[in-house]
Design a binder for this molecule. Structure first.
Ligand SMILES: [Mn+2]
Length: 304
Protein backbone atom coordinates (compact mmCIF):
# COMPACT_ATOMS: atom_id res chain seq x y z
CA UNK A 1 0.00 0.00 0.00
CA UNK A 2 1.38 3.35 -1.02
CA UNK A 3 0.53 6.20 1.33
CA UNK A 4 0.44 9.53 -0.45
CA UNK A 5 0.98 12.54 1.74
CA UNK A 6 0.96 16.28 1.11
CA UNK A 7 2.78 18.75 3.37
CA UNK A 8 1.96 20.00 6.86
CA UNK A 9 -0.46 22.94 7.00
CA UNK A 10 -2.12 21.29 4.02
CA UNK A 11 -3.30 23.53 1.21
CA UNK A 12 -5.64 22.76 -1.66
CA UNK A 13 -2.85 21.80 -4.06
CA UNK A 14 -1.23 19.34 -1.66
CA UNK A 15 -4.52 17.65 -0.73
CA UNK A 16 -6.02 17.50 -4.24
CA UNK A 17 -2.81 16.30 -5.88
CA UNK A 18 -2.46 13.53 -3.28
CA UNK A 19 -6.06 12.35 -3.77
CA UNK A 20 -5.78 12.50 -7.55
CA UNK A 21 -2.49 10.59 -7.56
CA UNK A 22 -3.95 7.88 -5.31
CA UNK A 23 -6.81 7.55 -7.79
CA UNK A 24 -4.30 7.43 -10.69
CA UNK A 25 -2.45 4.52 -9.06
CA UNK A 26 -5.69 2.75 -8.10
CA UNK A 27 -6.82 2.84 -11.73
CA UNK A 28 -3.60 1.01 -12.58
CA UNK A 29 -4.31 -1.63 -9.96
CA UNK A 30 -1.85 -0.28 -7.43
CA UNK A 31 -2.97 0.04 -3.84
CA UNK A 32 -2.69 3.64 -2.74
CA UNK A 33 -4.47 6.12 -0.48
CA UNK A 34 -4.09 9.79 0.35
CA UNK A 35 -3.65 11.37 3.78
CA UNK A 36 -3.54 14.95 5.03
CA UNK A 37 -1.06 16.17 7.65
CA UNK A 38 -3.54 18.40 9.44
CA UNK A 39 -7.08 19.79 9.25
CA UNK A 40 -8.16 20.98 5.82
CA UNK A 41 -8.51 24.71 5.27
CA UNK A 42 -11.89 26.11 4.26
CA UNK A 43 -10.91 26.45 0.61
CA UNK A 44 -9.94 22.79 0.40
CA UNK A 45 -13.15 21.74 2.18
CA UNK A 46 -15.16 23.81 -0.28
CA UNK A 47 -13.39 22.23 -3.27
CA UNK A 48 -13.79 18.63 -2.08
CA UNK A 49 -17.45 19.17 -1.23
CA UNK A 50 -18.10 20.88 -4.55
CA UNK A 51 -16.69 17.98 -6.55
CA UNK A 52 -18.07 15.26 -4.28
CA UNK A 53 -14.80 13.86 -2.96
CA UNK A 54 -14.48 12.47 0.60
CA UNK A 55 -12.09 14.27 2.94
CA UNK A 56 -8.83 12.35 3.40
CA UNK A 57 -7.95 10.97 6.81
CA UNK A 58 -5.76 13.29 8.89
CA UNK A 59 -2.62 11.70 10.37
CA UNK A 60 0.59 12.90 11.98
CA UNK A 61 2.45 9.59 11.80
CA UNK A 62 2.15 6.27 9.98
CA UNK A 63 3.20 2.79 11.14
CA UNK A 64 6.95 2.13 10.74
CA UNK A 65 8.01 0.75 7.35
CA UNK A 66 4.92 2.11 5.58
CA UNK A 67 5.60 3.08 1.99
CA UNK A 68 5.18 6.81 1.48
CA UNK A 69 5.05 9.17 -1.46
CA UNK A 70 5.65 12.85 -0.67
CA UNK A 71 3.48 15.20 -2.67
CA UNK A 72 3.93 18.95 -3.02
CA UNK A 73 6.96 19.03 -0.67
CA UNK A 74 10.36 17.45 -0.29
CA UNK A 75 11.77 19.05 2.86
CA UNK A 76 11.81 17.12 6.12
CA UNK A 77 10.45 20.07 8.07
CA UNK A 78 7.23 19.93 6.09
CA UNK A 79 6.93 16.16 6.01
CA UNK A 80 5.22 13.57 8.20
CA UNK A 81 6.73 13.42 11.72
CA UNK A 82 8.13 9.90 11.61
CA UNK A 83 9.44 10.05 8.03
CA UNK A 84 12.71 8.46 9.20
CA UNK A 85 10.90 5.23 10.13
CA UNK A 86 9.07 5.04 6.82
CA UNK A 87 9.97 3.72 3.40
CA UNK A 88 10.16 6.74 1.11
CA UNK A 89 9.45 5.51 -2.42
CA UNK A 90 8.63 8.61 -4.45
CA UNK A 91 8.54 12.42 -4.47
CA UNK A 92 6.36 14.57 -6.72
CA UNK A 93 6.81 18.28 -6.27
CA UNK A 94 7.16 21.73 -7.79
CA UNK A 95 9.44 23.32 -5.17
CA UNK A 96 13.21 23.53 -5.05
CA UNK A 97 14.77 20.25 -4.12
CA UNK A 98 16.48 19.84 -0.78
CA UNK A 99 16.59 16.19 0.18
CA UNK A 100 18.94 13.29 0.61
CA UNK A 101 17.69 9.75 0.26
CA UNK A 102 19.16 6.47 1.44
CA UNK A 103 18.07 4.57 -1.65
CA UNK A 104 17.26 5.45 -5.22
CA UNK A 105 13.66 6.57 -5.47
CA UNK A 106 11.36 8.01 -8.12
CA UNK A 107 11.50 11.78 -8.19
CA UNK A 108 9.37 13.97 -10.39
CA UNK A 109 9.94 17.69 -9.85
CA UNK A 110 8.77 20.19 -12.43
CA UNK A 111 8.79 23.99 -12.51
CA UNK A 112 5.01 24.22 -12.90
CA UNK A 113 2.53 26.34 -10.98
CA UNK A 114 1.16 23.47 -8.91
CA UNK A 115 1.60 19.81 -8.04
CA UNK A 116 -1.87 19.22 -9.47
CA UNK A 117 -0.42 20.30 -12.84
CA UNK A 118 2.15 17.50 -12.63
CA UNK A 119 -0.52 14.93 -11.75
CA UNK A 120 -2.82 16.17 -14.53
CA UNK A 121 0.06 15.80 -17.00
CA UNK A 122 0.53 12.21 -15.84
CA UNK A 123 -3.14 11.39 -16.52
CA UNK A 124 -3.00 12.90 -19.99
CA UNK A 125 0.39 11.38 -20.83
CA UNK A 126 -0.62 7.87 -19.74
CA UNK A 127 -4.13 8.14 -21.09
CA UNK A 128 -5.58 7.21 -17.69
CA UNK A 129 -9.30 7.85 -17.41
CA UNK A 130 -10.15 11.17 -15.75
CA UNK A 131 -13.66 11.49 -14.34
CA UNK A 132 -15.12 14.90 -13.70
CA UNK A 133 -14.61 14.72 -9.93
CA UNK A 134 -10.87 14.16 -10.18
CA UNK A 135 -10.54 16.56 -13.11
CA UNK A 136 -12.43 19.09 -10.96
CA UNK A 137 -10.13 18.88 -7.96
CA UNK A 138 -7.03 18.96 -10.19
CA UNK A 139 -8.32 22.10 -11.84
CA UNK A 140 -9.08 23.64 -8.44
CA UNK A 141 -5.59 22.79 -7.19
CA UNK A 142 -4.01 24.59 -10.16
CA UNK A 143 -6.31 27.59 -9.70
CA UNK A 144 -5.50 27.73 -5.99
CA UNK A 145 -1.72 27.54 -6.21
CA UNK A 146 -1.46 29.98 -9.13
CA UNK A 147 -4.05 32.38 -7.64
CA UNK A 148 -5.94 31.71 -10.88
CA UNK A 149 -2.90 32.62 -13.00
CA UNK A 150 -2.13 35.85 -11.13
CA UNK A 151 0.96 34.45 -9.42
CA UNK A 152 4.31 34.74 -11.24
CA UNK A 153 4.69 31.00 -10.61
CA UNK A 154 2.11 30.41 -13.36
CA UNK A 155 3.31 28.73 -16.56
CA UNK A 156 1.71 28.32 -19.99
CA UNK A 157 1.38 24.62 -19.19
CA UNK A 158 -0.81 25.38 -16.16
CA UNK A 159 -3.18 27.39 -18.34
CA UNK A 160 -3.36 24.71 -21.02
CA UNK A 161 -4.01 22.03 -18.39
CA UNK A 162 -6.89 23.98 -16.85
CA UNK A 163 -8.38 24.32 -20.31
CA UNK A 164 -8.03 20.59 -20.98
CA UNK A 165 -9.40 19.65 -17.55
CA UNK A 166 -12.35 21.96 -18.02
CA UNK A 167 -13.25 20.12 -21.23
CA UNK A 168 -14.13 17.31 -18.80
CA UNK A 169 -15.54 19.34 -15.89
CA UNK A 170 -17.35 21.96 -18.02
CA UNK A 171 -17.62 24.83 -15.58
CA UNK A 172 -18.77 27.89 -17.46
CA UNK A 173 -17.44 30.61 -15.19
CA UNK A 174 -14.04 29.69 -13.83
CA UNK A 175 -13.47 33.22 -12.54
CA UNK A 176 -16.53 32.71 -10.33
CA UNK A 177 -15.27 29.35 -9.09
CA UNK A 178 -11.92 30.93 -8.21
CA UNK A 179 -13.66 33.73 -6.29
CA UNK A 180 -15.70 31.19 -4.33
CA UNK A 181 -12.48 29.36 -3.50
CA UNK A 182 -10.57 32.48 -2.45
CA UNK A 183 -13.49 33.73 -0.38
CA UNK A 184 -13.69 30.35 1.36
CA UNK A 185 -9.96 30.54 2.07
CA UNK A 186 -10.39 34.07 3.43
CA UNK A 187 -13.08 32.99 5.88
CA UNK A 188 -10.91 32.32 8.91
CA UNK A 189 -13.43 32.73 11.73
CA UNK A 190 -11.90 33.29 15.14
CA UNK A 191 -8.54 31.58 14.86
CA UNK A 192 -5.73 32.52 17.23
CA UNK A 193 -3.05 34.92 16.08
CA UNK A 194 -0.49 32.11 16.09
CA UNK A 195 -2.72 30.00 13.85
CA UNK A 196 -3.13 32.99 11.55
CA UNK A 197 0.63 33.47 11.19
CA UNK A 198 1.21 29.73 10.82
CA UNK A 199 -1.54 29.18 8.21
CA UNK A 200 1.14 29.00 5.56
CA UNK A 201 4.45 29.43 7.36
CA UNK A 202 7.92 28.24 6.48
CA UNK A 203 11.42 28.80 7.84
CA UNK A 204 14.42 29.37 5.58
CA UNK A 205 18.19 29.27 6.09
CA UNK A 206 19.51 32.39 4.45
CA UNK A 207 23.18 33.47 4.55
CA UNK A 208 23.07 35.27 7.88
CA UNK A 209 20.65 33.04 9.71
CA UNK A 210 17.25 31.46 9.88
CA UNK A 211 14.14 33.43 8.91
CA UNK A 212 10.43 32.68 9.31
CA UNK A 213 7.95 33.83 6.65
CA UNK A 214 4.20 33.38 6.95
CA UNK A 215 1.86 34.20 4.09
CA UNK A 216 -1.87 34.82 4.13
CA UNK A 217 -3.46 34.85 0.68
CA UNK A 218 -6.82 36.52 0.99
CA UNK A 219 -9.63 38.51 -0.56
CA UNK A 220 -10.15 40.16 2.84
CA UNK A 221 -6.94 42.02 3.68
CA UNK A 222 -8.61 43.91 6.53
CA UNK A 223 -9.00 40.73 8.53
CA UNK A 224 -5.22 40.53 8.90
CA UNK A 225 -4.58 44.27 9.09
CA UNK A 226 -7.17 44.75 11.83
CA UNK A 227 -5.22 42.28 13.96
CA UNK A 228 -1.91 44.06 13.37
CA UNK A 229 -1.11 44.72 17.05
CA UNK A 230 -1.39 41.08 18.09
CA UNK A 231 0.42 39.95 14.91
CA UNK A 232 3.39 42.25 15.61
CA UNK A 233 3.58 41.00 19.21
CA UNK A 234 3.40 37.35 18.16
CA UNK A 235 6.05 37.77 15.43
CA UNK A 236 8.45 39.20 18.02
CA UNK A 237 7.62 36.29 20.32
CA UNK A 238 8.18 33.67 17.60
CA UNK A 239 11.54 35.28 16.71
CA UNK A 240 12.74 34.93 20.32
CA UNK A 241 11.28 31.51 20.95
CA UNK A 242 12.57 29.92 17.74
CA UNK A 243 15.82 31.89 17.76
CA UNK A 244 15.26 33.39 14.31
CA UNK A 245 17.00 36.30 12.63
CA UNK A 246 13.65 37.79 11.59
CA UNK A 247 10.02 36.78 11.19
CA UNK A 248 7.61 38.20 8.61
CA UNK A 249 3.92 37.87 7.94
CA UNK A 250 2.85 38.88 4.45
CA UNK A 251 -0.82 39.50 3.71
CA UNK A 252 -1.39 39.00 -0.02
CA UNK A 253 -4.36 40.73 -1.62
CA UNK A 254 -5.05 38.06 -4.24
CA UNK A 255 -7.46 39.99 -6.44
CA UNK A 256 -5.51 43.27 -6.53
CA UNK A 257 -2.05 41.68 -6.57
CA UNK A 258 -0.56 43.70 -3.70
CA UNK A 259 0.88 42.75 -0.35
CA UNK A 260 1.19 44.11 3.17
CA UNK A 261 4.02 42.80 5.35
CA UNK A 262 4.33 42.82 9.14
CA UNK A 263 7.65 42.02 10.87
CA UNK A 264 9.22 40.97 14.16
CA UNK A 265 11.31 44.07 14.92
CA UNK A 266 12.80 47.28 13.49
CA UNK A 267 15.84 45.54 12.06
CA UNK A 268 13.57 43.16 10.14
CA UNK A 269 11.52 46.09 8.95
CA UNK A 270 14.53 48.03 7.63
CA UNK A 271 15.82 44.98 5.80
CA UNK A 272 12.48 44.35 4.10
CA UNK A 273 12.10 48.00 3.07
CA UNK A 274 15.58 47.93 1.57
CA UNK A 275 15.20 44.60 -0.25
CA UNK A 276 11.73 45.18 -1.69
CA UNK A 277 11.61 48.99 -1.88
CA UNK A 278 8.55 48.68 0.32
CA UNK A 279 6.43 51.69 1.15
CA UNK A 280 5.98 52.24 4.89
CA UNK A 281 2.26 52.80 5.37
CA UNK A 282 1.75 53.48 9.05
CA UNK A 283 4.20 50.74 9.95
CA UNK A 284 2.84 48.23 7.42
CA UNK A 285 5.14 47.48 4.48
CA UNK A 286 3.26 47.81 1.22
CA UNK A 287 4.58 46.38 -2.06
CA UNK A 288 2.66 46.40 -5.33
CA UNK A 289 2.73 43.12 -7.34
CA UNK A 290 4.54 41.17 -4.63
CA UNK A 291 2.42 38.02 -4.23
CA UNK A 292 4.65 34.94 -4.29
CA UNK A 293 6.90 33.84 -1.44
CA UNK A 294 8.48 31.15 -3.59
CA UNK A 295 9.14 33.16 -6.72
CA UNK A 296 9.53 36.71 -5.41
CA UNK A 297 10.28 36.91 -1.69
CA UNK A 298 12.62 33.98 -1.02
CA UNK A 299 14.89 34.56 -4.07
CA UNK A 300 15.52 38.17 -2.99
CA UNK A 301 16.51 37.07 0.52
CA UNK A 302 18.73 34.38 -0.98
CA UNK A 303 20.48 36.97 -3.14
CA UNK A 304 21.19 39.45 -0.35
MN1 LIG B 1 1.81 23.42 -4.37
Amino acid sequence: MKNIIGHKNPDTDSVCSAIAYANFLNLQNEEARAFALGELNKETQFVLEKFGIDFPEVVSELPAQSEVILLDHNEKGQAIDNLEELELVEIIDHHKVDIQTEKPISICVKPLGSSCSIIAEKYFAEGVELDNKIAGILMAGIISDTLFFRSPTTTETDKILVEKLNEIVRIEDLEKLSLEMFNAKSDLGDISVEELIKLDYKTFDFKDGKYGIGVMETTNVDYGLNRREEVFAKLAEIKEKDDLKAVYFTIVDILNEKSYTLYSDDEAKELFVKLFKAEDRDGILFVDKLVSRKKQIVPVFEGM
